[in-house]
Design a protein around this ligand. Structure first.
Ligand code: BGC
Length: 362
């Protein structure tokens, strides 16, 4: 009898132990918050990097991650992916939007379910569901680009006039207002005084926009500008081209190389992102500069925001004035962009571990 009781007791304890273990694991699993990360496209290097950085840093912080890319800048795909994230009980959404104004409807259900939304790199417009914004100082990006052209042509002292053409990105991307606005704040006074001449006459954001930041669209427009204005190494001198980023700069470079320009006479050309092809072009003297935005820093700021939101502690922001999305100012964290040229790329890109030397082999 005593023996049977002992066996029963041992059995009971074993069952209790197994049960306790099981429920501990189930509890742990349900305690892991899932974070939805929505990126606009896989066709541009930077967004692949952004997605990968976000996933690895969020996972390292102990979260589950639902990372989605919206095909190649496909708005309905992005909306559908967000719907799934909201239905799938993501606790926070991190979104780099394609069209900043196309998410108003879908984000209403995030708001209803109290799911905080962090706008990543690009501000999401006309939605009161946007809780925070993390980006680089986009206006500063533009002023660095404009300032680079001013200094390279020595516009303060040189007599001129100099010929310039202007390119920016997709007009549905709110950042473009800041990139183009920042650059024009530096260049416009020289255009107004006649020291800089835009022979095409195309100086408004709408005229200088590049749909979807497409390399092909930029190339087509630059080819047309070459034909219409007679630019060329043997024709009308083109001194500088403002480009808001590298994918657009690549198209401009293609058109200018086809028009006969080489590194010895290449117009000053700006860019942004330090994409590998753009850095290679810089090394070959067919792009003058780019802007380095260390996406690892942006990702770590966003992971910090997610942690604070879920812990209910204060979220770190450093700008509460600049970014109004139509429903009010969105508290923002702005990371610092820096300019990159052949002179400092090693320190910025290689020594920091962003690229390996082999990535930039021509
Ligand atoms: C980003 C740039 C990028 C561009 C095209 C902008 O919103 O800030 O870094 O080059 O989109 O993807």
């Amino acid at each position: 009898m005593k023996r049977t009781l002992t066996i029963l007791l041992v059995l009971l304890m074993a069952v209790a132990f197994v049960y306790a273990q099981g429920s501990k694991e189930a509890g742990a699993a349900s305690d892991v918050a899932k974070i939805g990360v929505s990126m606009p496209t896989q066709s541009l290097q930077r967004w692949n990097q952004d997605g990968a950085n976000m996933k690895s840093q969020l996972e390292a912080a102990g979260y589950k991650v639902d990372l989605q890319f919206a095909g190649d800048n496909d708005i309905p795909t992005q909306v559908a992916q967000l719907e799934n994230m909201i239905m799938g009980n993501c606790r926070v959404l991190v979104i780099a939007s394609i069209d900043g104004s196309a998410l108003t409807e879908v984000l209403k259900s995030a708001k209803e379910k109290n799911i905080p939304v962090i706008a990543y790199d690009r501000l999401i417009m006309n939605s009161n569901a946007v809780t925070y914004y993390a980006t680089f100082d986009n206006y500063k990006v533009g002023t660095i680009q404009g300032g680079f052209i001013r200094d390279a042509l020595d516009l303060e002292h040189a007599k001129g006039p100099f010929n310039i053409e202007l390119f920016t990105g997709s007009s549905d991307d709110n950042n473009v207002n800041f990139f183009f606005g920042g650059a024009m704040s530096i260049l416009k006074p020289y255009i107004d005084s006649g020291k800089l001449v835009v022979k095409s006459g195309q100086t408004t954001l709408a005229q200088c926009a590049t749909p979807n930041w497409s390399t092909e669209e930029a190339q087509k427009r630059m080819e047309n500008l070459v034909t219409a204005n007679g630019y060329g190494p043997k024709g009308v001198k083109l001194d500088a081209v403002l480009s808001s980023n590298d994918s657009v700069a690549n198209g401009i470079t293609n058109a200018l190389v086809a028009a006969g320009y080489t590194k010895s006479n290449f117009p000053i050309l700006t860019g942004q992102d330090c994409d590998k092809p753009a850095v290679k072009n810089m090394l070959q003297g067919i792009q003058s500069m780019s802007i380095f935005k260390d996406t690892r820093t942006l990702a770590s700021k966003v992971v910090g925001m997610v942690n604070s939101i879920l812990k209910g502690t204060a979220v770190e922001v450093n700008d509460t004035k600049t970014y109004n999305n139509g429903t009010g100012v969105v508290p923002s964290y702005l990371c610092d962009p820096v300019f990159a040229t052949v002179d400092n790329y090693k320190e910025l890109l290689i020594d920091s571990g962003y690229y390996k030397e082999a990535d930039l082999k021509i």
